[in-house]
Design a protein around this ligand. Structure first.
Ligand code: ATP
Ligand code: MG
Length: 265
């Protein structure tokens, strides 16, 4: 099964216009924050967009708005032209810590979403087992999360999101806590998956190299409130691999993005 069986590269377009988001303060010593103030961002259907910015500039706030976990105070958050009004399976979210239910084995974790939506019959099970194969966890279908390695847990969480056939993947520093080798393996895996299925991805990272390796475009934010400081086109050929990080073009772009990021601190 591929996501493109049901979703074409023409879905998952994001349009964020003039978005305002403030958080109320708890006291005079902890005043409120304007996290986003008139933020604009367009992401094309099937595009891989990376968001970089200093801590506290509003990246997670933005992802939460897109996921439908919170609402903007003003402005518009549209996915495929429709305002986001709450969470939905067509928008998959992956956090730094993989979200798995400890009391369910890997297969049942992956099947949780389809079952919760009342999907019946053999189709969801077939989708889930095919996906476990894709993410290299076919042999771990009966294992529980505590029996999986860190990288395996990430792949299981991935499968759990992908089983819903999302048109938009929202990733908030998904590999930030991983060791260098597992992280490289996850980056490779994500690239292969995206090359194959071309869902829209909004990927938050602190790592400039990761952004250049993965993204079609990189939006560098400054804060606070969060604003777009610069947008870079990543004109590097695809498919990409880690060997590319040594090329002159890669190093040059990485330096430009890093300078922009440092200037936004
Ligand atoms: N639930 C909340 N209540 C109050 N303030 C919040 C809340 N969530 C975020 N903020 C504030 O909004 C601003 C943006 O936070 P956000 O989490 O979006 O930053 P970020 O760019 O994701 O940072 P990081 O890179 O550290 O994850 C910060 O000033 C933060 O303190
Ligand atoms: Mg964050």
């Amino acid at each position: 099964m591929t996501i493109s069986d049901t979703v074409t590269g023409s879905q998952g377009a994001v349009s964020i216009t003039g978005v305002q988001k403030a958080f109320a303060g708890r006291s005079r010593k902890a005043p409120g924050r304007q996290a986003l103030d008139g933020f604009d961002l367009e992401v094309r259907a099937g595009e891989f967009l990376c968001l970089l910015g200093p801590s506290g500039c509003g990246k997670s706030t933005l992802l939460n708005l897109l996921a439908g976990f919170s609402e903007p105070d003003g402005g518009e958050v549209l996915v495929d032209g429709t305002p986001v009004t709450g969470p939905g399976p067509e928008r998959g979210v992956l956090f730094q810590t993989p979200m798995l239910f400890p009391w369910l084995n890997t297969l049942d974790n992956v099947l949780y979403g389809p079952r919760a939506r009342g999907e019946k019959g053999a189709a969801p099970r077939k989708r889930a087992t095919d996906l476990l194969q894709t993410v290299g966890l076919a042999d771990a279908a009966a294992s529980y999360p505590h029996e999986l390695s860190g990288g395996m847990r990430h792949r299981a969480a991935f499968a759990r999101v992908l089983v819903n056939q999302p048109r938009l993947l929202l990733m908030d520093e998904p590999f930030g806590a991983l060791d260098a080798i597992t992280r490289a393996a996850m980056q490779r895996f994500l690239l292969e998956l995206w090359e194959r299925d071309r869902m829209t991805v909004v990927f938050v990272t602190h790592d400039v190299e990761e952004a250049v390796l993965l993204g079609d475009r990189i939006c560098v934010m400054s804060g606070s409130p969060g604003r777009t400081r610069a947008v870079f086109d990543v004109d590097l050929p695809r498919p990409r691999d880690l060997e590319m990080t040594d090329t002159l073009e890669f190093v040059h772009l990485k330096r430009q993005v890093r300078e922009s990021l440092e200037a936004s601190l």
